[in-house]
Design a protein around this ligand. Structure first.
Ligand SMILES: Cc1cc2nc3c(=O)[nH]c(=O)nc-3n(C[C@H](O)[C@H](O)[C@H](O)COP(=O)(O)OP(=O)(O)OC[C@H]3O[C@@H](n4cnc5c(N)ncnc54)[C@H](O)[C@@H]3O)c2cc1C
Length: 601
């Protein structure tokens, strides 16, 4: 690396530490003297600062010196950030390449008025301003670690167990757990709607901060969110990137976790983390009582009994796959076969020897088609637009950071230190690399007439498609080869004239027979789940959930929304692990009066 030649000191390690310490000292001094323009001057002109709750009490990205200076000016008086230093006991400064840029990357620690914080600094050598070469910040990330006086109840802060140890004649641990779960004489501080990975993850983090949390899920058993998905499903990303907060998977677990194994782990997790979960319970509806600063929420129990609770905060963890999209297809009412959404598909055995159509060529469409084929069904996929295909092994490039050696905790911080413009740059590079590695597969699909894309409009690949629209890609585990070989048929939606009783009629008059149509057409935005349960006014107030806002942050995710006391969490397992903590810290800060539940300007 060319940067290695620029390092001072007797060893590269000393040189890296010196450069990083010099920058942190200068930043510390500038902030300490109220010189926010001076602090911003330590960044590249087009540098980036992402803050996770440490300065802004929010999740925000500032781009360019002007924005950075303005935000420091606004937040530093309250934050009183100081004591910036290379974080002891964490991955030391390294020379790395991120999004094609050679950089010195360091994890640092500092203090705020709220509590200890840490962050990531990425420095590059900048000689563009005619004042010689200077190490300037390309990327800075700052993240609140703890709230002083309300530390996570782990390690040295773990419960002493006195309350239920050797309490002869009194309540034991189980009695206390049963009382906590029953909510007979007390209200939860927080209601989490949805008890899959996102709901369990946030409940675990809130629990460690002493926030009384009730999780509800409409399914019968914790883990049903995965258990009730199709028979053949295993995770598409590898085990070591998927740990839930506080409780990593055992080291002997397979590389790709089967859905039922993950589902059972969720039950173990809820039990071990002492989470209060009511299954077979749905969110009936509710309203926010502005004056009281709490919700009036009706819960519908499977036993037919309603219960009203009054939490101060409601967290929607209902998934980006909450309400299926049922497309309006010409003539579908005439179709005599079975119609189901991919979310309801379990297995293809009952259609063995018959014909099926699968509408949609994203991940679910491919997996369902492959499962039908394996069950002896004659299956054809219908492609509507274009699709991004990556082989499952190549797709793991997205998580390459987790293979570099640092522990998961450090990798999570490094992963969060990716402001949107840097993500775009990095994902474009990865998308091109995956495309090159998958060339034969993609060429085969093109020859067959399959329409490919690379993540329009900027070729940012599959992960950006997930973040922007929650789908539109497939991690191939064999269905693409079946399409190439013609074992799974391919049809384009624009060939179809209408559905008819026996199948579909194409525009050339051909009838393609089918006994089953699976619509793998995705899911409505989480805003619609809010609309269905909390009403139009709240849904309109918060706007769409997920997808990026103008600043490059995911809309409404893991941070205050326009509706006080309403929060969202969702995403893949790595998202849940990284962001649950920041969401929990914000809710705890609201509870303790450190943060205003109303959203910042
Ligand atoms: C087929 C498929 C494969 C995937 N593979 C991977 C993968 O390999 N790796 C990865 O990281 N991600 C994967 N994902 C993406 C993502 O991780 C999953 O969608 C995951 O299930 C999201 O978790 P969640 O907790 O946000 O929501 P969900 O799992 O969708 O859970 C939402 C929960 O909320 C409950 N709920 C909804 N509404 C209500 C209500 N009104 N009242 C009470 N409860 C309610 C539901 O019953 C459900 O249990 C996959 C997604 C799909 C669809």
């Amino acid at each position: 690396m060319a940067l290695a030649e620029e390092l001072p000191g007797a060893t590269p390690e000393e040189g890296l530490a010196e450069i990083v310490s010099d920058w942190l000292d200068a930043f510390d001094t500038a902030l300490g003297s109220g010189d926010t323009d001076g602090a911003a001057g330590l960044f590249l002109g087009d540098g980036h600062w992402r803050d996770l709750v440490a300065f802004t009490g929010h999740i925000r990205t500032m781009n360019g010196r002007h924005d950075i200076a303005a935000r420091l000016r606004q937040t530093q008086p309250g934050t009183q950030a100081k004591g910036f230093q290379i974080a002891p006991h964490r991955t030391p400064p390294r020379l790395v390449s991120r999004a094609g840029t050679e950089t010195i990357e360091a994890i640092f620690a500092f203090e705020t008025a709220t509590g200890p914080a840490n962050g990531v600094l990425r420095l590059v050598l900048d000689g563009e301003e005619g004042d010689g070469n200077h190490w300037r910040a390309w990327v800075l990330a700052t993240a609140l670690e703890q709230i002083t006086g309300h530390e996570e109840r782990i390690g040295a802060h773990r419960p002493d167990g006195e309350g239920y140890s050797r309490e002869f004649g009194g309540d034991n641990w189980l009695d206390l757990r049963n009382t906590a779960q029953a909510y007979a004489g007390h209200e939860p501080d927080v209601l989490v709607v949805g008890g899959a990975q996102a709901g369990l993850g946030i409940a675990a983090c809130l629990g460690q901060l002493g926030v009384d949390t009730l999780v509800i899920d409409r399914t019968e058993r914790i883990g049903d969110s995965w258990r009730l998905r199709y028979h053949a499903l295993a995770l598409h990303n590898q085990t070591h990137v998927n740990h839930l907060p506080y409780m990593p998977f055992p080291p002997n677990w397979p590389l790709y976790i089967p859905k039922d194994k993950l589902a059972n782990w969720f039950e173990t997790y809820a039990e071990s983390m002492e989470l209060n979960v009511w299954t077979a319970t749905s969110l009936g509806g509710g309203a926010y009582d502005q004056a009281a600063g709490r919700w009036d929420i009706t819960l519908d129990g499977a036993d037919g009994r309603d219960r009203v609770v009054h939490p101060r905060h409601v967290v929607f963890a209902t998934g980006v796959s909450g309400i299926p999209i049922h497309p309006d297809l010409p003539g579908l009412d005439d179709f005599a076969g079975d119609v189901m959404h991919s979310g309801a598909y379990l297995s293809g055995h009952q259609w063995a020897g018959r014909k099926a159509l699968v509408l949609g060529t994203g991940n679910s469409g491919h997996d369902v088609a492959q499962d039908l084929h394996a069950s002896g069904v004659d299956v054809t996929v219908i492609q509507r637009g274009t699709t991004l295909i990556a082989s499952i092994d190549e797709a793991q490039k997205i998580y390459a950071l987790y293979d570099e050696g640092p522990p998961t905790e450090d990798c999570d911080l490094l992963a969060a230190a990716s402001p949107y413009p840097v993500l775009v740059q990095g994902y474009q590079m990865m998308a091109r690399a995956m495309q090159a590695a998958d060339k034969d597969l993609l060429d085969g699909l093109t020859v067959r007439g399959f329409r490919l894309d690379l993540g329009p409009p900027d070729n940012t690949g599959l992960q950006m498609k997930y973040l922007r629209r929650g789908g539109g890609y497939c991690l191939n585990v064999g269905c693409s080869e079946l399409i190439i070989d013609g074992q799974v048929g391919l049809m384009h939606y624009d060939q179809i004239e209408r559905f008819v009783p026996e199948g579909v009629r194409l525009k050339d008059g051909t009838i393609v027979a089918a006994d089953l149509l699976v619509t793998a057409t995705g899911y409505e935005n989480q805003q619609e789940v809010v609309r269905a349960t909390l009403g139009d006014a709240v849904a309109e107030k918060i706007g769409p959930v997920w997808g990026f806002d103008g600043e490059g942050e995911l809309r409404n995710m893991w941070r205050r929304t326009a509706q006080p006391g309403l929060w969202f969490t969702a995403g893949g397992l790595p998202h849940v692990r990284i962001y649950s903590k920041f969401l929990a810290l914000q809710i705890k800060a609201c509870k303790e009066g450190i943060l205003d539940p109303a959203p910042p300007m």
